[in-house]
Every structure is written in C-alpha cells, then in structure tokens.
Design a protein around this ligand. Structure first.
Ligand code: UTP
Length: 273
C-alpha cells in the first residue's frame, strides 16, 4: 500500500524572483488554486491521504492553506462565495498534513532525505508541485505510476521526451523498454550536456521511492551544482537492484519557469474555468 506522499517544497524558486522573496513558489496560483493544492489532489486521486511536506523559511503560507481559517469562514458563511472553499475543505477533511523543515537548501535529494522522519520505512510517492500534471481524459500521472508500482514494487520515476536542446535542464535516463512505456533504467545523468545525454528521456517531478533510498541518500556526495541529487542516489539504487522509468499519459507544465507557468495558467483558464 502506498499511503504517503512527500512534497519537497523548500527550494528558493529563484526563477520567480522577486515574487518568491516572501512567497513560496508552491503557492503560485493556477487560476484560483495554488500549485501545491493541485499536487495534493493528485496524491489523493491515487488513494494517498497522508501528505508530508518539506518546507523551509518563508513557507508558512503552505501550512495556513491546509488549515481552517475561522475568520474567513465566518465572514462568507451563507454567501455564494462559500462554494469557493468546498474543494479545499474536502481536502482538509480527507487528508492529514505533516511538516518538517529543510534547514539548508542542499538540493532535491537532501530535501527528500529531510522527509525521512515523516515517511519512515515504507514506499512513498514524491510530487514536485511546480511540475503541474494534467490528464483530462484519463487517470492522473500518480495513479498511473501507482499501478506500475503495484506490479513491480521498486522505485519508479516519471519521464517524458524533451527536445535535445533542453536535456541540460533535467535528469536524463537510458534503459530498455520492458513493458509498454516502462523502461528498466541502466543509466541516469543529472543535467547532462547535449553530447553526454544518454537519451532525450527526462525525469519530471513525480516519483515513487522505496525506503532504502534514504540510506543511499545519506552517503550520496554533492553532485551537479554542489547539491545532493536524487538522480545520483537513484543510479546507486539501480545498480543494487532495479529502478523503472514510466512514460506517462498526459501533459506536464513546468510551472517552476515563468513560461511554463503562463502556459499552464492560460490553458487551465480555458479548460477549467
Ligand atoms: P528546483 O530545481 O525547481 O529549484 O527544485 P528551486 O530552488 O525550487 O527553484 P529555482 O531553480 O531556484 O527557480 C525542484 C523541487 O525541489 C525542491 C523545490 O522546492 C522544488 O519543488 N527543493 C529543491 C527543495 O525542497 N530543497 C532544495 O534544496 C532544492
């Protein structure tokens, strides 16, 4: 059973400065919902109700969002506006939220390791809320991944094909396709140069990880940009056993970049508003 989802949300979000000086990137709105709420809804769609959030300094708005605001509730009680809170109220009712802080921002791998105390010794999902995934006609990306996990019981990363000129922005994998859209990874490189990239299959912000990843992360040295990289730890896990990559159905918006954020805003407004 997959019951917990970790949300690393401690990054500085420098691509959105000055906005992210005092506001968490994960609270950026796509129309009227913050990115992290879409992430929590996706986790819930996969039957996960325990949300474990790794935050940092200046991220308190995330905690307040997943809490009741009595004053506000009182103010709009009985008015049309009450319906605006239906979805978030239902999330708060169905899920539990726990938080820990990453004290120093030493990279995604380090943020995931900071979440160990909230996860314990069980397999867990990871959602990077700034990668917004949408699959209007089918299952959410995490639900698709959960189905693969139930079959193979090992760590799984979500991948998509990217244009060659963009490989330097992602973790890039190579591997053998063992099932439709499922690859057994044999190599992974974080942010490779074009001529070093083993393919154009890029890891995006959805993972299912087995708990042995924590011990591997504890001994993973800083890699690209001096950060502890989850890609490096997954390559170690892959050498010891098996890690899969799954090419999902649906569309991912890179809302950690201004262009991706604007694209998602426009498309979600047209589709869902
Ligand atoms: P990014 O690579 O997008 O980094 O992190 P960032 O700091 O958030 O944004 P930029 O590049 O400065 O604009 C990917 C995910 O990992 C989390 C981020 O919050 C984001 O969800 N992260 C990254 C951490 O939680 N801690 C870190 O030390 C680094």
């Amino acid at each position: 059973m997959l019951s917990k989802c970790l949300f690393p949300a401690a990054g500085y979000g420098t691509r959105f400065l000055p906005l992210t000086k005092a506001m968490p990137k994960e609270m950026l709105p796509i129309v009227s919902k913050p990115l992290i709420q879409y992430g929590v809804e996706e986790a819930l769609s996969a039957g996960i109700t325990t949300m474990a959030i790794v935050t940092g300094r200046g991220k308190r708005a995330i905690e307040d969002h997943f809490d009741i605001s009595y004053e506000l509730e009182h103010q709009i009680k009985g008015s049309d506006k009450e319906s605006y809170l239906t979805e978030i109220r239902s999330l708060i009712q169905k899920c539990t939220f726990s938080y820990t802080r990453q004290i120093e921002m030493k990279g995604l791998g380090h943020a995931i390791l900071s979440g160990e105390t909230l996860i314990g010794k069980e397999a867990f999902a990871v959602i990077l809320a700034d990668d917004l995934c949408d699959n209007p006609c089918g299952e959410t990306v995490l639900l698709q991944m959960k189905r693969v996990y139930e079959r193979y019981r090992c760590s799984i990363v979500a991948i998509e094909e990217v244009a060659t000129e963009h490989v330097h922005k992602y973790g890039i994998i190579s591997g053998k396709e063992i099932d439709s859209n499922v690859f057994m990874i044999d190599n992974m490189i974080e942010k490779p140069k074009i001529d070093e990239a083993p393919s154009n299959l890029a890891v995006i912000g959805r993972y299912i990880l087995t708990p042995d990843i924590f011990d591997i992360l504890k001994t993973t040295p800083p890699g690209k940009n001096g950060e502890i990289q989850i890609t490096d730890a997954l390559l170690q896990q892959c050498k010891k056993g098996m890690v899969l990559a799954f090419k999902f159905q649906g569309k991912r918006y890179d809302c950690g970049s201004v262009d991706g954020f604007v694209e998602a805003t426009n498309e979600f407004y047209k589709k869902y508003h």
